[in-house]
Design a protein around this ligand. Structure first.
Ligand SMILES: Nc1ncnc2c1ncn2[C@@H]1O[C@H](COP(=O)(O)OP(=O)(O)OP(=O)(O)O)[C@@H](O)[C@H]1O
Ligand SMILES: [Mg+2]
Length: 531
């Protein structure tokens, strides 16, 4: 077995696996489970998962490999793209429908580019005159220098009178358009529909043997200087465009074996914010939900355990049976809350600290390894349960855990609101368990803080129940219902399912702060009363 210091645990964010050098590493570490097959289903075009559940990892894996006869590419929306959208919205007075149409053009342009890039070796598209006319138009518009990123694709839609004229000229040359048309700059919407129609014509004229999938990532990071409403409009336009292209158009292309698809990587709460019509059926029929839930007793058969075990076993020279590598590096049984050893293996100790997401597990193991090296431990030593409770570990893990919450919240709120949210825990007076009544008291003291300091309330605390729901959705607290047998623990990430994409917290019961937050904020010790 490799010494701990020699283990290469890869990256916390799967975006790093896009580079050539890291592609091999992802192929080695990647757990190929049923989600990959779900992705080949032409009816699934929303990949929904909380932070760190592997959205990017699946998309990058598919882009790096021609999986199941499918060529894929992943494109990110970043700050500059959003800015451009917001500018365009103001200068061209765009409505949500216009936004959707702009996105459709962008997505079809990127897909066309993927097709030509993959098929360039066999210039089959020369045979498809409409597609060739489209390709020639793109080349002409960009002076043969189209860089297939969203930012440059926006220009094609934005400068609609120029792109429409070029399309008109090239489609005339192949005889599919009779007249030369004039396109006025002021008739943006009309131009856009013209462009869109020609993309649709060209793409549906192809007879493809292979499938093409475009993944769109990066919508959950809101640049701090873009207003929430502007941002949400842009995301809504994108969501609607993806829905409409896939269901109304790609699904109806006849005569081609290969299929086209655009997949949006999205967090469940943001999916919910888009407010799709018939949201429930879209979740059920058109989404893949990344769910790594497992229970302590059955965890050895779970995907999340297999993922962690694979991370360790693929580093070895010999192939090992499932669980062997894990048991080698983590040779202890987990202890229960009274610190008594149980019959469950050590993986449960990691699950307890985490929200059961791949990134949590990976980060825990990485921190343990880092500490192992910092402490200059002997090469033949392995991890022990007490390594998970040292201050050195807790500090680093808390930083990570709070950082993930901060990123999660940044979609909705400015960073100052995150600082205030942390402050709320002071008003719990150090308690990590509280009743609804105690919560109400802490909430009202929390509000008094804002009032007495003349600060506007953050957006999440309009009412106590709204704030409670907010804490629950961020997986900071879970509710506890006492039953005749064991109490029932309700955690948002566990209760979320295709039929309940946005679970609700129960009011009027008891609550527990998540173990990792409790450690991060040093709860569980009585604080001095705040005055
Ligand atoms: N099937 C898998 N096999 C191996 N590793 C995985 C798998 N799924 C996810 N991971 C690992 O888990 C980590 C988190 O995954 P990823 O970055 O894809 O999450 P995400 O859902 O995109 O999160 P965010 O919302 O923060 O962007 C990465 O290190 C990734 O490589
Ligand atoms: Mg990601």
């Amino acid at each position: 077995m490799q010494p701990i210091s020699e283990l290469n645990l890869g990256f916390r964010d799967a975006e790093s696996y896009k580079t050539k050098d890291n592609k091999e590493l992802l192929n080695r570490l990647f757990l190929r489970n049923h989600t990959l097959d779900d992705l080949t289903d032409v009816n699934k075009y929303f990949m929904i998962g909380e932070k760190g559940t592997g959205k990017t990892a699946y998309a990058v894996f598919c882009s790096n490999n021609n999986y199941q006869n499918t060529h894929s590419t992943i494109k990110y929306i970043r700050e500059t793209e959003y800015k451009k959208f917001v500018e365009m919205k103001t200068s061209k007075h765009l409505t949500l429908t216009d936004y959707t149409n702009v996105w459709k053009v962008i997505l079809m342009l990127l897909l066309s580019e993927l097709i030509t890039e993959k098929e360039l070796k066999h210039p089959f598209w020369q045979r498809f005159s409409k597609f060739k006319a489209l390709k020639d138009s793109v080349d002409e518009f960009y002076y043969n220098a189209f860089s297939p990123e969203i930012l440059s694709a926006i220009n094609f839609a934005e400068e609609s009178s120029i792109s429409a004229s070029i399309l008109n000229k090239n489609f005339q040359l192949i005889g599919s358009e009779k007249n030369k048309l004039e396109f006025s700059e002021t008739r943006f919407q009309v131009n856009l529909l013209y462009i869109q129609k020609h993309f649709e014509d060209a793409l549906s004229s192809l007879s493809l043997k292979e499938n093409y999938t475009l993944f769109i990532d990066g919508i959950d990071v809101r640049p701090y200087d873009i207003k929430f409403d502007d941002y949400l409009d842009c995301v809504k336009g994108l969501g609607n465009a993806i829905w409409s292209l896939n269901s109304d158009y790609f699904g109806n292309i006849k005569g081609s074996k290969g299929r086209l698809k655009v997949v949006l990587l999205i967090r469940p709460d943001i999916f919910n914010s888009i407010g799709f019509q018939n949201q429930n059926s879209k979740v059920r029929d058109n989404s893949i939900i990344l769910d790594w839930t497992t229970y302590y007793n059955g965890h050895r058969q779970s995907d999340i355990f297999h993922l962690a075990d694979k991370l360790l076993s693929t580093q070895q020279d010999n192939s090992l049976d499932v669980g062997m590598a894990w048991d080698y590096y983590f040779p202890f049984n987990t202890r229960n809350v009274e610190y008594k050893s149980t019959g469950l293996t050590s993986f449960v100790s990691l699950l307890r600290l985490s929200l059961g997401r791949p990134r949590d597990i990976l980060v825990i193991i990485s921190i343990l390894r880092e500490n192992f090296i910092e402490n200059e431990q002997k090469t033949d030593e392995r991890f022990q349960e007490k390594d998970l409770t040292t201050a050195q570990f807790t500090r680093k893990y808390s930083d990570y855990f709070l950082g993930e919450i901060k990123d999660h919240l940044s979609f909705y709120y400015p960073s100052s609101d995150y600082e205030y949210f942390i402050k709320f825990f002071q008003y719990l007076e150090g308690n990590s368990r509280f009743t609804y009544d105690e919560f109400i008291i802490s909430y009202s003291n929390f509000l008094n803080f804002f009032k007495s300091n003349n600060i506007d309330f953050p957006g999440y605390c309009d009412s106590p129940d709204q704030f409670l729901q907010f804490l629950y959705e961020a997986n900071v607290i879970g509710y506890v219902v006492d039953t005749e047998g064991k109490p029932y623990f309700g955690w948002c990430y566990r209760e979320r399912s295709p039929s309940n994409i946005s679970p609700k917290v129960k009011t009027g019961v008891r609550y527990d702060v998540h173990y990792a937050i409790k450690k991060a904020l040093d709860l569980g010790k009585k604080f001095k009363k705040i005055r």
